[in-house]
Design a protein around this ligand. Structure first.
Ligand code: AMP
Length: 215
């Protein structure tokens, strides 16, 4: 199973991908998560990427394409993978199809999750993450038991720099200009299935599983 989850930031790709990992036993590959680790560890890639991420811009294609090329060649990707946050423009999509072609592989399905802009802003600006273990919360939809402290490890919760309102708006513009054209790109290749990212996490998950299991 080789799957792409496509959708704007805040559509729930990461949440759905981690649920799919449990059900189908294939790894989730999130370029955003990989880049955030590199930023935290201050690797040379992380230092370069931070500058783009802080302003909601896309990190250069050669960096993210390199990340994906390396990651999908690992053994745990043999049964498949779920791409979350990649590709994000046509050049990345072309690079992905070329690298898979060389391996005699191909993406099976692309699932596009759509959510209204106003809802995305509420979801993204309210997101909080534990500084230590990375568990996710939300100021309205998923409060911790003790204010500002992680339920699991008790550490402080933080807001991602790029989840602040001004950057969120820039990320949505970048999505519309660069990533949204992929809906058409994959639709023309008959690879696309679209769902609405509303009605609850489990409801969305059920729809995704149904699409995956359709022949
Ligand atoms: P995400 O967690 O997927 O919202 O990604 C956070 C940030 O990482 C984005 O705003 C970009 O700056 C960068 N990023 C993640 N994935 C990609 C990608 N495929 N191409 C370029 N930049 C990316």
């Amino acid at each position: 199973m080789k799957l792409i989850l496509l959708g704007p930031p805040g559509a729930g790709k990461g949440t759905q991908a981690s649920m799919l990992v449990n059900k189908y036993n294939v790894p989730q590959i999130s370029t955003g998560d990989i880049l955030r680790v590199a930023v935290k560890e201050k690797t040379s890639m992380g230092i370069k990427a931070k500058e783009f991420m802080d302003r909601g811009a896309l990190v250069p294609d050669e960096v993210v394409v390199g990340i994906i090329e390396e990651r999908i060649s690992k053994e745990d990707c043999n049964p498949g993978f779920i791409l979350d946050g990649f590709p994000r423009n046509i050049a990345q999509a072309d690079a992905l199809s070329n690298m898979l072609e060389k391996r005699n592989e191909a993406i099976d399905k692309v699932i596009s999750i759509s959510v209204d802009d106003e809802e995305l802003v509420v979801r993204l600006t309210g997101r909080r993450t534990c500084k230590d273990c990375g568990k996710g919360y939300h100021v309205t939809f998923k409060l911790p038991k003790v204010s500002d402290a992680c339920d699991v490890c008790g550490n402080e919760l933080m807001q991602r720099d790029d989840d602040r309102e001004s950057t969120v708006k820039d990320r949505l513009v970048v999505y519309k200009e660069q990533t949204q054209p992929l809906i058409d790109y994959y639709s023309k290749k008959n690879m696309l299935k679209s769902i609405k990212g509303e009605g609850g996490i489990q409801h969305i998950f059920d729809q995704i599983c149904k699409i995956i299991e359709e022949v």
